[in-house]
Design a protein around this ligand. Structure first.
Ligand SMILES: [Ca+2]
Ligand SMILES: [Ca+2]
Ligand SMILES: [Ca+2]
Length: 389
């Protein structure tokens, strides 16, 4: 076995350049801690039970022939549905800024963009716009524009480049939008936009690119932010398949008193269309409602049994997620829709209303939920829309 591994390792080293040029690898959890295997593979992240790496079909077959156990790693997506009319069709998000503000403003310069509303409808609906002091919220997303006048980013890291590196440049715009809904502070001139908990400590870990979010990057970011002492993790992302790495990381976070919030997905109205990781019973899954507190047809549904106990694949809460105005990565403002936009309303509320522990905060949010549909703990909006006292 050992001799074969050495030969295999040498083979891998020679083919590595060719492999990266092809760039069509899938990502796997290689369930081995063999040093030679690691040395001959582009390790993305190390875990207790192995490491993650991109493998070609050839490399995968060679490892399987050696009896190394492999597990395919799901690629998740951010869960925004760009606005178009009724907010349910696909396309580019609209931007509410003049044509001349396409570049990122210099933070020393006066602002070139003014939001249409300083306290968007969603922030008003959940009674946010102030508070959150000292509570740490880690956003795992596409990164963030750290120069946005209305955002103060306290931690900016990147899990997409092997291990956890510094930097969180947002090339997509999704993470900047989500971050604003949680903690936009109006800017030093007070003319900007406000999120649910402007005084919260905003952390940003990049786990997604335009192609999607690898769940090993997500798992590594969950563990990293947990070890750094975050109180809340907000994930506006997901997919149909559960990732064992993300599930284990969430178990770890919960064991360290971290509240994990994630989107239900945009695959409704079919029952059971809820995405992971929101479908995980340890995660607060957030559905999307509009400005009239009506559930969005595309908001993913759970399999709730109306017993007011949150189990696997159940929707927990609902929050504004249709035509949400927030910060844009070009330094201005944008309107976006999706359970991606609903999730940060709940993460922000958790910061604003932090009760000293994750479990008590989660229970408090449930008690504050307004049963908007009068259907109890139903598969569309769960307990309902939480509103700060
Ligand atoms: Ca859940
Ligand atoms: Ca239940
Ligand atoms: Ca309900």
């Amino acid at each position: 076995m050992k001799k074969t591994l050495v030969i295999l390792a040498i083979l891998f080293l020679f083919t590595a350049a060719l492999v990266s040029a092809m760039g069509s690898e899938k990502r796997y959890l290689v369930k081995s801690n063999n040093g030679l295997l690691k040395a001959s593979t582009n390790v993305m992240h190390e875990f207790n039970n192995g490491f993650s790496a991109e493998l070609t079909q050839g490399k995968k077959k060679a490892l399987e022939a050696l009896g190394v156990e492999l597990e395919e790693i799901p690629l998740y997506q951010v869960l925004a549905k760009p606005v178009c009319g009724d907010g349910i069709c696909q396309g580019k998000e609209s931007r509410t800024c003049p044509a001349d503000c396409s570049s990122t403003p210099d933070p020393e310069e006066p602002r070139t963009c003014i939001p249409e509303m300083q306290i968007p409808y969603g922030i008003q609906m959940v009674n946010g716009g102030q508070g959150g002091l000292g509570v740490k919220v880690a956003v795992l997303d596409t990164g963030v524009n750290i120069n946005h006048l209305d955002l103060e980013v306290k931690l900016c890291m990147d899990a997409t480049k092997r291990g956890i590196k510094s930097g969180c440049n947002d090339e997509v715009g999704h993470g900047t939008h989500v971050s604003g809904t949680i903690a936009a502070n109006g800017g030093s001139d007070g003319l900007g936009i406000f999120g649910v908990a402007p005084a919260a400590d905003l952390w940003n870990i990049k786990v997604c690119s335009a192609a999607g979010c690898w769940s090993d990057d997500i798992a590594a970011a969950i563990r990293y932010t947990t070890d750094q002492g975050t109180n809340i993790i907000s994930m506006s992302l997901g997919g149909d398949t559960e990732s064992s790495l993300v599930r284990d990381a969430i178990d770890y976070a919960v064991s360290k008193d971290v509240l994990v919030v994630a989107a239900t997905g945009n695959d409704g109205p079919e029952l059971g269309s809820i995405d992971y990781p929101g479908a995980n019973a340890n995660v607060v899954a957030v559905a999307a409602v509009d400005w009239n507190a009506n559930i969005a047809p595309w908001s993913s549904r759970g399999i709730n049994d109306n017993d007011f106990v949150v189990e696997e694949r159940e929707v927990e809460l609902a929050a504004p997620g249709v035509s949400v105005l927030s910060t844009a990565s070009n330094g201005c403002y944008a309107v976006m829709s999706g359970t991606s936009m609903a999730t940060p309303h709940v993460a922000g509320l958790a910061a604003k209303l932090w009760q000293g522990s994750a479990a008590s905060t989660r229970a408090y949010l449930q008690t504050l939920a307004l049963d908007i549909d009068a259907l109890g703990d139903d598969p569309a909006s769960g307990f309902g829309l939480p509103i700060a006292p």
